[in-house]
Design a protein around this ligand. Structure first.
Ligand SMILES: [Zn+2]
Length: 203
């Protein structure tokens, strides 16, 4: 980063972008050890069909989902994010038909997209991949939440500079290669995904 501190908009008006040390200092202590996070993808053989997607809307799945959120204390297991909005339940093996408890975990919207890097990076463009960052993937997620929903809001450009993201890389279906990269979910990921989704089929 240059020595010139860039401007960010906070709830108290225009503020200066924090340094990385200040940003790390501002993070709340995680309430428990975090599960290590790295970009990953679901093998094509396990991709969801339309029928699998309608299962996700069923009352049975809603009950299972509630039970898992409860079990995990309504916190993302990778970054400790705990605001109700944005919590999802991930199938650890990638097999969305296996709803056994040990295959399910609570994740936030950002960590979920890092775990499904194939879909997010290659299809929606809502996840960007880089060779380098100043912090590990778990800390990267925590900083994203802190500077998107905390008192100081940083737009993508400033947040990416703070995180030291460099060496952009396209998605490749190579699990080992992918796990060595850092994933960054763009601020407006939901807009990109909504735009890309085909209209629901009738009948
Ligand atoms: Zn998370």
């Amino acid at each position: 980063m240059t020595s010139e501190r860039k401007r960010a908009v906070g709830s108290r008006g225009v503020q200066e972008t924090p340094t990385l040390a200040e940003a790390l200092e501002s993070l709340p202590e995680p309430t428990r050890p975090l599960k290590p996070l790295a970009p990953a993808f679901i093998p094509p053989g396990l991709w969801r069909s339309g029928a699998d997607r309608s299962l996700l809307a069923s009352a049975g799945w809603r009950r299972t989902r509630e039970r898992i959120l409860e079990r995990d204390g309504h916190r993302c297991v990778y970054c400790d994010h705990h605001q109700g909005r944005g919590l999802e339940v991930n199938h650890i093996s990638g097999n969305s038909r296996d709803d056994r408890e040990h295959n399910l975990e609570t994740v936030c919207a950002l960590c979920h997209r890092v775990l499904h890097a194939g879909r997010s990076a290659a299809i929606y463009g809502s996840l960007l991949l880089f060779e380098q960052a100043n912090v590990d993937q778990n800390t990267l997620q925590r900083l994203c939440w802190q500077f998107r929903s905390g008192p100081i809001r940083l737009p993508d450009r400033l947040l990416m500079a703070l995180l030291g993201l460099a060496g952009p890389r396209p998605f490749r279906m190579d699990a080992d290669d992918l796990a060595g990269l850092r994933g960054y979910v763009v601020e407006r990921y939901y807009l990109l995904e909504r735009r890309a989704r085909p209209a629901p089929q009738r009948g």
